[in-house]
Ligand binder design. Structure first.
Ligand code: HEM
Length: 132
């Protein structure tokens, strides 16, 4: 396959589609909802006890599928609305990024695709982090 052909593939295609995306998201949610550093935030701890992990996995998978150029339609709330009540700090954000990088490495997501996904995730930071 030529370089121009590989560059025309969407990030969704290069990640391998819904099957690997759903596995990476599932693993990330599993480590996030049990992480002591993240759950030191009482609002996050309360929300993850109230909101079923399978629901979060579904919503985040649909969102990642959509924003990477896949066929899904994300129907959940905006990132601002979904996280406004959680008082998420810079340190908690950095912890989430560390866990995300570990999950991407565990599943051997290539460097280029990992970078593009991290750029997309980082673009949501101003809507999610509401405390310094
Ligand atoms: C430190 C970082 C984050 C934490 C601690 C966190 C935690 C949470 C929690 C607890 C909820 C449930 C809120 C509720 O319904 O009361 C939620 C919802 C959600 N989060 Fe996050 N989140 C983080 C970052 C992200 C990022 C980076 C994304 C995607 C780019 C994301 C996508 C979503 C989605 C799609 C929902 C569901 C929205 C809905 O129910 O309509 N989150 N998050």
């Amino acid at each position: 396959q030529s370089t121009s052909e590989s560059e025309s593939r969407t990030l969704y295609q290069r990640l391998g589609g819904l099957m690997p995306i759903s596995v990476v998201v599932s693993d990330l949610i599993d480590v996030l909802v049990t992480d002591p550093e993240i759950n030191r935030n009482p609002a996050v701890d309360a929300a993850r006890k109230r909101v079923p992990a399978p629901y979060l996995k579904f919503q985040v998978t649909a969102q990642v599928c959509q924003v990477t150029g896949g066929p899904c339609k994300y129907t959940g709330r905006s990132m601002k609305e979904a996280h406004a009540h959680l008082n998420i700090t810079e340190d908690e954000w950095q912890r989430m990024i560390t866990l995300l990088k570990q999950v991407l490495a565990k599943h051997k997501v290539p460097a280029q695709e990992s970078r593009e996904l991290l750029d997309i995730v980082n673009s949501t930071k101003p809507d999610i982090v509401t405390r310094p």
